[in-house]
Every structure is written in C-alpha cells, then in structure tokens.
Design a protein around this ligand. Structure first.
Ligand SMILES: [Zn+2]
Length: 229
C-alpha cells in the first residue's frame, strides 16, 4: 500500500478516531467499515468476461450493494468513493489469480464530456484514482468515449454489446503497448462495457487487461429478470 496514503490515514485517525461508515463504531485507522457491517455485502462469484484476462468483483450487486452504490453514484459522497476503492483494493489483494504486482497502469471507463459536466464528476474515475493510490500505480485516462450510448440498464442483455461497440477510442497507444492494464469500474452487469473497453486496449497493444469492479450483478439475478420480462 502507498506510504503517503497510510500516513494520511494515520494522521487523520489521531485527530478524528476512525469510525465505520455504516454503524459509526470505532475501527482501525485503515478500514472503512467494521467487520460486522462489511459482512452485509455478499461476496461476488467468479465471472468470465470476453477480452478481460482477469476479473475481480468485491460484492454482488444485490439490494445492499445497490444501497451502497447509490451513495457514490447519485451524490458525490467522498467517503463512499474511498470506501468502494478500499474494498476493490482488498478484493484484488485477496484474488490469487490476479497478478497485482504485474499491473502497470490503472484506468477507468470514460464518460462523454457533456455527461460529465451534467453530473459534475465521473465516479469511476474517482474510484480508479483511489485504487491507484492504494496500489501505488499511476491512474491514467487511456480511453475516450466517442459516441453516445444508451444506459446499459435500460437494455436487454443481448442488446448491450452492440450498444457499446465502437464507443471507445484509445488516446494513449504508446502508453498501452505491451502493458498490463487494470480497468476499474463501479458496477458491472453483463460485462459488455468492460469487454469493449478491454478489446480496444488490446487492439492498441495492451498485453494483459484485467478489470476490477465494486459490484457485479449475479448471473442468476440477470436470468431471473429476463424471465420476468
Ligand atoms: Zn459498522
């Protein structure tokens, strides 16, 4: 973990004892939630996403995951952003299949400029930035969104890959060549967006593309929703 980050957290803890972001009980300086509250998240199952070499998700996007994600998606709750980044980082450390030391650049899924002005921030970029700080790696914007897409959540699973196809462009081909890149995202449902982002990075010469997200919709839940439609 990055030394400056540890120092910042230690100093903060000296003046304001660190408390759990859910229940408020006192917790160690480097945690965001107590052991009881962190268990409210259901661990995510493994998933395979085309063009993504290794995929890690911290939790299942169930009602609790959704409640927490709402905090960083709908209002710029800095604590929720840092908490999500910390949980993603911990999931990465725990995931033995991912070569965390081999990751050279951390990036994020971009938004169109107009959407970014409307919202005021790109929560994925904020989370990626903090995962990069924790992992002591640079966070670099490697992709640009070059056309509008419909929100993936309004589309059926089968329609999603076409919605994002060709939506991204790699703006830093030189930086990407031969590298192991980690894409950090907040929520993943079918994985179509991550798959397309990884495909573009590989087309630009990336050697390995991994992805880490805060929460992933379980396949079962997706299937249930499809049956209900
Ligand atoms: Zn708690």
């Amino acid at each position: 973990m990055n030394r400056a980050y540890i120092l910042k957290r230690l100093l903060l803890d000296l003046f304001y004892p660190n408390r759990c972001g859910m229940c408020g009980c006192e917790i160690p300086y480097d945690e965001y939630f107590c052991n009881t509250c962190v268990k409210l998240f259901s661990p995510a199952a493994k998933a395979v996403i085309p063009d993504v070499d290794h995929f890690t998700a911290f939790a299942v996007y169930d009602s609790f995951g959704k409640f927490f994600a709402g905090r960083f998606k709908n209002n710029s709750d800095g604590y929720a952003v840092s908490g999500a980044a910390y949980l993603i980082y911990k999931a990465l450390v725990k995931d033995r299949e991912i070569d965390l030391n081999g990751i050279e650049i951390i990036t994020y899924v971009p938004m169109r400029k107009r959407d970014m002005y409307r919202r005021g921030y790109n929560q994925c970029r904020l989370i990626a930035n903090e995962v990069a700080q924790l992992s002591d790696r640079p966070c670099v914007g490697l992709l640009k969104k070059i056309r509008d897409t419909k929100p993936q959540k309004v589309l059926k699973a089968a329609e999603r890959p076409a919605n994002v196809k060709g939506a991204f462009y790699c703006i830093k081909e030189k930086a990407v060549k031969g590298r192991h890149i980690l894409i950090v995202d907040d929520i993943s449902t079918t994985g179509s967006t991550l798959s397309e982002a990884a495909r573009i990075l590989k087309q630009a010469g990336a050697e390995t593309v991994s992805a880490a997200v805060f929460a992933k919709t379980s396949f079962q839940r997706e299937a249930e929703k499809r049956i209900q439609k």
